[in-house]
Design a protein around this ligand. Structure first.
Ligand code: GCU
Length: 675
């Protein structure tokens, strides 16, 4: 049986005990609203009336869910709609919520808005029906809130079925064939409840079988799209840039070759004939061995625009990833800096992309590390739609074996102001442009995400994509309330103690102060301090007997700081003003360098690593204490994973501390044992 995650029956109790009126027409999304309410009422004894026209018996209703373009607008709903400022449309996905008198009213101008309004009422629970509520209008900050699955149809010999997946196999395919999509339906429901409206179903590294999803296996995609559509979700596909060759038999994939352009047009026309609301393509080109326009001497604008041209008549978009760097660099070459690569490739192309191209930029310049500065590409493309890519799957943040609630990390990125305190935030750049995208952490594991507490990350992604200025700890509290409903306060406080700062705790026992990596090559799990130091991957820390860190200054380093607008180009340039948590990302400093805490760098490394393990041991103790309040299977799974987290954190502590002690020869000022 699949874990209900944040939608246990209890989450609908407040709705299910009431008299509900749905005036909502008849599309698939409205049917989802009606089904949800009907199921809740059947379980808890409430009553539901659903109609499309005429005058419903709204008298005595406790909850009205109303689509405003119908002629069955009951008086209360009409009054709520009238209160919304003219010229401030709710949009396709927005809704208004109020409780003017005896009834709670949700009005929306489109079916998706009605669905999101229903889930809002579920989140409020009994509070939605308590007393008077003023009008609240809710609209998503970004029109595109997307999850990318890195799923393969086949099991890849090295990467497994889900690349960087830590939750079992794919929910879409098994043994090379489409699965029963029952779980995909449940997934769609979970995603609708958090406002996600787009899903790309397959890995950005497109292997031979998966390339065929565009052509002879399009039926697989259509079946998924049919299941997700009633939840307001559009389906997207990762495609190979070389498709015209590997699928079409052409001798070239040159984006300016007329045969290639013709091939894309006709392939796309077939896709839309099968899936009329298809979302579009995700493309990883010239990246880590994937084919791309460079092979033909063309730019990434040429490449992206060729696919965009094929999609544009149908309303589709291309998510073109900016993750382009030299993964075969010579580690001896100190002039090449992987952090610079995306900006160097893409900033000169600003203004050259077609309107339906979205440049998909990882939040940091390297690769989803626990701590990175915000990518300078986000501020460098004013004439391009930019989507910010986050990683919900915990590739570098504990692989769903460690508790690591990522809401605070994402909030810090989304609130970052690339042009300084008076400028716009990253969230607003994404909101006006391509929106937010994240790599999903879901698989066929009964808990969806392997670690049951990793569900909170998926939840937080959706909620922050909808409203990036929500407090991530409030979002966590919301998740706790729903998932553990009815949640006793002892459990709530224990979960907060375990999860609130779990990202900072993870950071404290892994790679220090933004230096990144130091992981085992390939798997990216567990400590491997020099694992990448002499490799071609461009991820170095340069530790020697005197100090550690990467000099990315203009004055003496790679010049990366110059990719930021003021004030950050100067804040990061100087050791004195660079935030400590990013110090080793931007500077190579001696072990004796004194941090703002007053501690020398080396002592900070020792202290945080000892401390981090102590905190993980404490997490495990807290979890053991609340066994009586948590479902036994869920409790056991987390307990087992906390054992692994303690083991792995100790390993990190001992390897990092030993490494830096041996390099520096400086003993721990507090005399603790270092191996
Ligand atoms: C990381 C990850 C790869 C993935 C890549 C990407 O490098 O390790 O597995 O393919 O990111 O985002 O494309």
């Amino acid at each position: 049986k699949t874990d209900p995650a944040w939608l246990p029956d209890q989450a609908f109790r407040a709705i299910g005990t009431r008299r509900v009126v749905v005036c909502g027409g008849d599309g698939p999304v409205v049917r989802t609203v009606v089904d949800e309410v009907t199921r809740a009422c059947a379980r808890y004894g409430g009553r539901v009336w659903h109609g499309t026209a005429g005058s419903p018996d709204a008298d005595g209703a406790d909850l009205l869910l109303v689509l405003t373009d119908l002629d069955c607008l009951p008086g209360e709903a009409a009054a709520v709609r009238a209160e919304i400022a003219p010229g401030q449309p709710l949009g396709k996905e927005g809704y208004a919520l109020a409780r003017p008198a005896g009834a709670t009213v949700v009005v929306a101008d489109g079916p998706a808005g009605l669905l999101y309004g229903l889930f809002h009422v579920a989140r409020l629970g009994e509070a939605a029906f308590d007393g008077w509520r003023p009008l609240e209008v809710h609209r998503p900050a970004s029109a595109r809130r997307m999850l990318d699955h890195w799923d393969n149809i086949d099991v890849h010999p090295v990467m497994g079925q889900v690349e960087r997946g830590y939750a079992g196999g794919s929910i879409f395919w098994r043994a090379g064939e489409p699965r029963d999509l029952h779980r995909v339906r449940e997934y769609g429901r979970l995603l609708a409840a958090i406002g996600v409206n787009a899903v790309a179903v397959n890995n950005v590294n497109v292997h031979a079988t998966e390339a065929r999803l565009l052509t002879d296996r399009l039926g697989d995609v259509a079946a998924i799209a049919d299941v997700l559509r009633p939840f307001g979700i559009r389906t997207h596909l990762s495609v190979s840039f070389a498709s015209p060759m590997v699928l079409g038999g052409l001798p070239t994939a040159d984006p300016l070759d007329p045969r290639v352009r013709e091939w894309w047009s006709s392939a796309v026309a077939d896709v839309y004939a099968t899936i009329p609301d298809f979302g579009g393509f995700v493309v990883k080109a010239d990246s880590e061995g994937q084919p791309g326009p460079f092979g033909y001497g063309r730019t990434h604008a040429d490449g992206a625009n060729a696919l965009a041209a094929a999609l544009s008549d149908h309303g589709g978009v291309v998510h073109w990833r900016a993750f382009v760097y030299n993964h075969r660099q010579d580690w001896r070459d100190r002039t090449t800096d992987r952090a610079r690569a995306a900006y160097d490739h893409f900033a000169p192309l600003d203004g050259q992309f077609a309107d339906n191209v979205i440049l998909q930029v990882k939040y940091g310049p390297i690769d989803f590390q626990t701590r990175e500065p915000v990518s300078p590409v986000i501020a460098a493309m004013p004439s391009t739609s930019v989507a910010v890519e986050l990683q919900v799957t915990q590739e570098y943040t504990g692989q769903q074996r460690h508790v690591c609630y990522l809401g605070p990390l994402w909030a810090s990125i989304l609130r970052f102001r690339p042009w300084g305190p008076d400028g716009r935030a990253v969230a607003s750049v994404a909101g006006d442009g391509g929106g937010l995208v994240a790599v999903s952490n879901v698989g066929d594991d009964p808990f969806w995400t392997g670690h049951p507490l990793a569900q909170a990350n998926l939840y937080a992604f959706g909620r922050l994509a909808w409203d990036p200025f929500l407090d991530p700890l409030d979002v966590l509290d919301e998740w706790i309330s729903l998932t553990f409903a009815p949640c006793p306060s002892v459990l709530r406080s224990a979960l907060h103690e375990i999860m609130d700062s779990s990202w900072q705790v993870y950071e404290s026992y892994t790679a220090p102060l933004g230096v990144g990596f130091m992981v085992n090559p390939g798997s990216h799990y567990g400590p491997g301090v020099d694992g990448y130091e002499y490799t071609p991957w461009g991820t170095y820390h340069f530790a020697d007997r005197d100090g550690v860190g990467v000099d990315r200054t203009r004055a003496s380093g790679t010049g990366y700081t110059g990719q930021y607008p003021a004030p950050w180009r100067d804040v990061y340039e100087s050791v004195a003003s660079c935030p400590d948590e990013l110090l080793l990302f931007f500077h190579h400093v001696p072990y004796s360098h004194v941090l703002r805490s007053g501690l020398p760098l080396i002592q900070h490394i020792y202290d945080t690593h000892f401390d981090g393990v102590t905190k993980v041991v404490e997490m495990r103790r807290r979890w053991a204490e609340i066994a009586d309040f948590v479902n036994a299977a869920r409790h056991a799974r987390v307990a087992q994973l906390l054992d692994e987290q303690v083991r792995c954190a100790q390993e990190w502590r001992d390897q990092i501390n030993a490494y830096f002690f041996r390099k520096s020869g400086i003993p721990d000022a507090r005399g603790r044992h270092i191996h």
